[in-house]
Design a protein around this ligand. Structure first.
Ligand code: P1T
Length: 421
């Protein structure tokens, strides 16, 4: 009698065996045509096995969809797969308090200690459905009770990740309000800014800069989504009062919707827990199971070993940055953010830049809308306007699939070559 899990394993193996020419994937929960799971193709590929390139297709460099890590997980299939029993954690309750898995929290602390990118001792950890859910949970927790106090002012430095603004405006709470660019307030305020909540993204999305708070006395939400060896030298463990991390940019599993916050103050932590309890009663237990499996795979590898996730991710991002930088440096029409090699505690050496995004500037006077210039060249980017910046800038995502990146380079090369003709 086959074991109860063998049917699930057989089904997963059969779907994994489906060839999509390396330009797509079939999924166990994908749709079936003639009893077979269809191939879901990467952008610009089509056909039953995704083998057909769509001529003239625009390169998609718009979102930070972290598929650059998919090849790594295909190479580590056995250590990262998990079977979910039909009776797995059916209860609302988990073994830990507040809908949090004890083992997953323990592995997160172990991971930060291994990488050396954050202090977790003496801090509280809370889970969110992506760090996206924790962004507003943190704003809520840091805002004063609106019945007794004026609303908190939420600010961020340009260029900033737009969700800080779009969420704050969307929730339209009496407890807080979006007040725009941090630097605008530095001169206006007297010595301290007790009622300000400042987002500090470090490394920054879109330009990769390491950032520090600039408003004295503000409450700070440090967003360290990209503070991993993939994208940044690890210079010291982050030690902020409230820090956000996400599995999306660590393992690439944006679809699992798992992020966490590391919080120093117990009152702030409790208010975030209340938010998560009321909002969703915690993060899916299936997602917590899978996230634990992925972190165990990551922690099972030797520091910086060839083929380990941090080595694979850094090598991939460094090569992509090097290729794009070389191309753009040959043009006087475009320029990129300044980067330089830095010493990394994780790898124990000086390492080349490997940012997740290119912050591209159109240098010609007439090119006021850089997004449009690239779009005309068959490249979909994310306009600087969306980061509160000038339209002369636009962001290129470098963390997407190899197909997306290869096409981006092809289109960028053609655009630059044409400019020289
Ligand atoms: C996907 C993109 N950003 C994800 C992101 C997030 C959201 O990550 P999730 O944990 O996947 O919800 C949070 N913080 C920063 C600074 C981010 O850049 C993007 O910018 O295209």
């Amino acid at each position: 009698e086959p074991s109860w899990s063998s049917r699930a394993a057989t089904e997963a193996e059969a779907v994994a065996a489906r060839s999509c020419s390396g330009h797509g994937s079939a999924f166990v929960d994908g749709i079936l045509v003639d009893g077979k799971h269809v191939c879901e193709c990467n952008a610009c590929y089509r056909g039953p096995d995704c083998s057909e390139f769509v001529q003239g297709c625009a390169a998609d460099a718009e979102s930070g969809d972290p598929l650059f890590l998919e090849p790594y997980w295909r190479q580590h299939a056995a250590s990262s797969a998990v079977v979910v029993a039909g009776w797995h954690r059916m209860s609302y309750q988990t073994d830990g308090d507040y809908f949090i898995s004890i083992e997953l929290e323990r592995h997160i602390r172990k991971l930060h200690s291994h990488v050396g990118n954050a202090i977790t001792d003496g801090r509280f950890i809370i889970f969110g459905a992506g760090s996206t859910q924790l962004i507003n949970a943190a704003v809520h927790a840091l805002s004063p009770n609106s019945t007794v106090s004026s609303p908190a002012s939420v600010v961020a430095s340009v260029p900033y990740y737009m969700v800080y603004r779009t969420q704050t405006e969307f929730f339209n709470s009496r407890a807080y309000e979006w007040k725009g660019v941090t630097s605008k307030w530095v001169d206006k305020l007297n010595s301290s800014a007790p009622n300000f909540i400042e987002f500090v993204t470090s490394p920054n999305n879109p330009d990769g800069r390491m950032q520090q708070p600039i408003l004295p006395g503000s409450s700070v939400i440090y967003d360290h989504a990209y503070y991993w060896p993939h994208f940044s030298a690890i210079k010291a463990p982050a030690d902020g009062d409230l820090m956000l991390f996400t599995i999306s940019k660590l393992t690439g599993h944006a679809g699992s919707r798992f992020g966490w916050a590391i919080v120093k103050d117990e009152g702030v932590y409790k208010r975030m827990l209340t938010y998560l309890g009321i909002n969703t009663m915690g993060v899916s237990r299936d997602t917590q199971l899978r996230s634990l499996k992925l972190l165990k795979a990551v922690l099972g590898e030797e520091r910086g070993a060839a083929g380990s996730i941090f080595e694979f991710a850094f090598r991939t991002m460094r090569e992509r940055w090097h290729k794009l930088n070389k191309l753009v440096s040959s043009s006087d029409r475009f320029s990129l953010q300044q980067t330089r090699p830095e010493y990394c505690n994780y790898f124990g050496k000086i390492r080349d830049p490997s940012p997740a995004y290119a912050w591209l500037k159109c240098e010609r006077e007439e090119d006021k809308n850089c997004y449009a210039v690239l779009r005309a060249g068959g490249i979909i980017s994310r306009s600087g306007y969306k980061f509160g910046a000038d339209g002369r800038y636009t962001r290129l995502s470098l963390i997407r699939s190899q197909d997306d990146f290869d096409l981006l380079i092809r289109r960028m090369d053609a655009l630059i070559t044409k400019e020289k003709a």
